[in-house]
Design a protein around this ligand. Structure first.
Ligand SMILES: [Fe+2]
Length: 176
């Protein structure tokens, strides 16, 4: 049983249309809900991407180079997820809400703690945030399934698997 992750009340397309006409055979009501789900996950994932970069740039300590390089690899993966999520929203006839201001407005993640942080603190900060996103992404699989969109569910399944793996890469440093 996955947790429930209500969409952020700030989530809004502003003046953008909720959905464009498309020949995709998913009813508009479902598409609008799927687009909102995708935009929420886009905001959270984009926020995490920028926080991983923050850790990549500012981590300090004896494990600097290993963590600096690991964080960059994880950031690249997170960036790929944002692209796939945004393009699923547009494929469904939606508007992707993808600027950093939109992400900051809508994200459900807490801000990254501190600057110039020591390796184990950087790991702990990222682990906490990856865990939140991994959990909401797993819940998004169920929501997309309830909305009868196996493709969006499959997209979130792949991302969920990747986030779990990233979480393992981070946690292994602290599990010895
Ligand atoms: Fe870099």
């Amino acid at each position: 049983m996955s947790k429930t992750f209500p969409l952020n009340k700030n989530l809004s397309g502003g003046t953008a249309k909720a959905s464009y006409r498309t020949h995709i055979d998913i009813p508009e009501k479902q598409r609008v809900a799927l687009i909102a789900l995708l935009n929420q996950q886009l905001a959270d994932t984009f926020d995490l991407f920028s926080q991983i970069k923050q850790a990549h740039w500012n981590v300090k300590g004896m494990h600097f180079i290993a963590l600096h390089e690991l964080f960059d690899k994880l950031a690249e993966e997170a960036e790929d997820y944002t692209d796939d999520i945004a393009e699923r929203a547009t494929a469904l006839g939606g508007v992707a809400l993808g600027t950093s201001r939109m992400a900051a407005h809508t994200s459900r993640l807490p801000e990254f703690p501190g600057v110039g942080i020591e390796g184990s603190e950087a790991l702990a900060g990222l682990i906490e945030r990856f865990a939140i996103l991994a959990s909401s992404t797993r819940a998004a699989i169920d929501t997309a399934t309830e909305l009868k969109d196996a493709d969006t569910a499959d997209l979130f399944t792949g991302i969920s698997r990747g986030l779990d793996k990233s979480l393992w890469f981070l946690e292994a440093h602290l599990q010895a």
